[in-house]
Design a protein around this ligand. Structure first.
Ligand SMILES: CC(C)(COP(=O)(O)OP(=O)(O)OC[C@H]1O[C@@H](n2cnc3c(N)ncnc32)[C@H](O)[C@@H]1OP(=O)(O)O)[C@@H](O)C(=O)NCCC(=O)NCCS
Length: 184
């Protein structure tokens, strides 16, 4: 599904704006931190050139939207959140998120950012299903997803090799009605 851009989403403590080259230096630093990378699908370090190309690619994405998360008070960039593989026939998409500034984790910003993106996905884009996967050791992410209303649908057993061990990936999804119900 071709996206209408740019997308700006306004929340209580944060806003989401399109990713751009201003973010490159910080993303380069954050996505080279193994503590962050192990939660994502980034086994190897990245270079400035690769990060620049990534941002260029993401800004041109036709079936997705990649948004930077900015804290309103102080204007601090803390990570990004995206909807990708947006499919207009099945009305589905994948969600990805990283509060990449680890000092800003566990303060509710991830939950707020995903709430804004889910409102956009179900409310504005009229999608019916949003899915994601999470490595089984990423308890914080799993807890945040469950609390938002994502439902576990299955596991890809030993699908992720990290630090000398295989881990399962937990597949989760939320349907449009579950988002509405979750919000009363
Ligand atoms: C996962 C992530 C998006 C969550 O966002 P966040 O802003 O840190 O999390 P929130 O503060 O909104 O919510 C986290 C929840 O997990 C809980 N939590 C925190 N650490 C936990 C742990 N070790 N085990 C279980 N639950 C934990 C918190 O208590 C909170 O739940 P509550 O609000 O019911 O108390 C963010 O931490 C992040 O991006 N981490 C690094 C990259 C990553 O893991 N991305 C996701 C890949 S699938």
């Amino acid at each position: 599904m071709r996206m209408r851009k740019p997308v700006f989403l306004d929340g209580r403590r944060i806003f989401l704006r399109p990713i751009d080259m201003r973010d490159m230096e910080r993303f380069f630093r954050w996505f080279n931190d193994p503590r962050l990378r192990r939660h994502l699908l980034l086994p190897f370090p990245t270079t400035r050139m690769a990060e620049k190309e990534f941002i260029e690619r993401m800004t041109k994405l036709k079936d997705g939207v990649v948004l930077s998360i900015v804290v309103k008070r102080g204007g601090r960039l803390i990570g990004n959140v995206s909807l990708f593989k947006i499919n207009g026939i099945h009305r589905s998409a994948d969600l990805g998120i990283a509060i990449a500034d680890l000092s800003m984790a566990s303060k509710g910003f991830g939950t707020e950012a995903m709430g804004l993106v889910l409102d956009y996905a179900f409310g504005t884009l009229n999608l019916n299903r949003v899915e994601l996967s999470v490595h089984d050791f990423n308890r914080r992410a799993e807890a945040a997803y469950r609390r938002l209303g994502f439902v576990e649908e299955g596991r890809r057993r030993q699908s992720y090799y990290c630090d000398g061990e295989y881990h399962d990936d937990i597949l989760m999804a939320m349907l449009r009605d579950e988002w509405k119900n979750g919000r009363g």
